[in-house]
Unconditional design. Structure first.
Length: 271
């Protein structure tokens, strides 16, 4: 065997030894990684608190990276706080009402759609015409969920938050007056009580505006009933002209009458 043959054999042996060693190391390394993964999975399964903590840290890190890249805080669940709905998803009758109100009061149809759907749902439950509920909102606040009158009536339905604070406790407290759906539900409850106490719709509206013991209500009941009729016609599929109010719908300025007042729990804010 020549020197060249011996050299080639030695090189092949050396290369084979290196390859075998590399295989052994990587094989053992992968085995260790696999075992570590199995132990981690078992530990996270046995300790859900560790898994939740890890997930929270990872999510925090990812959000921080995203915020750094975009330059603003990201909240993927912010959509859950939005009071809005696609008007095209509503039944035809409700969609017609939402679009008509949107044009008249210059409010986006998406939040109006959510309010219309809620008014129809709660109206059916409490046996009140949903177009009446929407007419009250229109006259009271012009669909401004943050409206406040000089006497303290707040929100869409302009309910006196201080007077009806007990009702807002069911929604987490008085600040719920500025949540459109919560304000709507409380306002409908108050309106229902007023109508039951007065015995008729027109008289109930006078109670609602706080003018039950006053000579007149400033035309409030007539405004609500007129808007109610228009909304009924829209819901019935009729073409009703849209006349934009010359100014935002007036908020209540009539304070509850001092003579023979209603019990505190049944008083309503004036417009």
């Amino acid at each position: 065997m020549t020197a060249l043959d011996r050299t080639m054999r030695d090189l092949r042996t050396f290369a084979s030894d290196i390859g075998q060693g590399f295989f052994e190391i990587t094989h053992n390394g992968f085995a260790l990684v696999g075992l570590a993964t199995v132990f981690c999975v078992l530990a996270l399964t046995a300790r859900p608190d560790l898994r939740e903590a890890g997930e929270a840290r990872l999510m925090t890190w990812l959000q921080a990276r995203q915020m750094s890249a975009l330059g603003m805080q990201i909240e993927l669940d912010a959509i859950d706080r939005a009071t809005a709905a696609n008007p095209h998803d509503l039944p035809k009758q409700q969609a017609a009402v939402a679009f008509w109100l949107s044009k008249k009061y210059r409010v986006a149809p998406e939040p109006l759609s959510a309010l219309v759907a809620e008014a129809y749902e709660i109206g059916e439950r409490v046996k009140l015409d949903p177009t009446l509920i929407l007419a009250v909102m229109a006259v009271e606040s012009g669909f401004n969920p943050f409206a406040q009158s000089p006497v303290g009536a707040q929100g869409l339905m302009q309910v006196m938050t201080k007077v009806h604070s007990d009702k807002y406790e069911n929604f987490g407290g008085k600040l719920a007056a500025f949540d459109p759906v919560s304000n709507l539900r409380v306002g409908v409850k108050v309106l229902q009580e007023c109508i039951q106490r007065a015995g008729s719709l027109s008289a109930g509206l006078r109670y609602y505006v706080g003018a039950a013991n006053l000579p007149e209500d400033g035309g409030y009941a007539d405004k609500v009933l007129a808007e109610h009729v228009r909304l009924q016609q829209v819901a019935a599929g009729r073409r009703v002209p849209v006349f934009h109010p010359p100014q935002p719908a007036p908020l209540r300025t009539i304070a509850p009458a001092p003579a023979e007042p209603m019990p505190a729990e049944e008083k309503v804010a004036s417009l």
